[in-house]
Design a protein around this ligand. Sequence first.
Ligand code: ADP
Length: 243
Amino acid sequence: MLRLTGIHKDFNGNPVLKGIDIAVEKGDVVVILGPSGSGKTTLLRCINFLEQASSGEMIFDDLRLQLNKVSATDKRNVRKKTAFVFQNYNLFNNKTALENVTEGLIIGRGVPKNQAIEIGKAMLDRVGLSDRYQYYPSQLSGGQQQRVGIARALAVQPEVILFDEPTASLDPELVGDVLEVMKNMAREGMTMIVATHEMQFAREVANHVIFMEGGNIIEEGPPEQIFFKPKVERTKSFLSRIL
Ligand code: ADP
């Protein structure tokens, strides 16, 4: 469904991604692990053009793009197929939970307001927030805000959802609810690429794990390999520190 080849990204001549190749099939849950600064966020942001890769190729269904020269139309087409869940939720503070979910549908996709409200309520129900439609972000816990962020991502029916350390800003007791929602999405067949430090989630839910360091993929494979029989010394030492 989605293949990235030879992705490079420099910031002011400083290489941050050094030739990343990834292939994602429909229904995959790909987890990206790696120390802080390894390029996980940048990679996710390059997939939906929050950042522009310096070079590389993307094949997304029938689209084939050279990433150093992507037209506005192609960017729009890729963005329609993706949704992004941010570490810090990125909600509008002056809008209710429901309005945060419907905004992108109404403004971004031209869905009529009544229909957007129906979809928005259904998505908030799905993430366990059926009693919070009219709450503002400041009236919600971090875990609830992140679930609004996930409902917003689901609402646009993307082909793939990109999660950038979705639980990293949460108090430990709030992490479980968000991971539970993500597990349900995975069970229902949602295609997901998730940068996270949640090893339990990666072990249980991922079908492919990528370990990155210094802008390179050091090792990748099924969770059984990465967690129990890593082939590369760097993967072993990273995991032994984090587990
Ligand atoms: P990770 O998500 O693995 O922590 P990031 O992708 O956030 O890693 O960062 C990778 C490297 O790119 C870091 O060295 C970071 O400082 C650098 N970087 C990220 N964003 C920018 C930016 N907008 N401008 C300059 N450098 C950046």
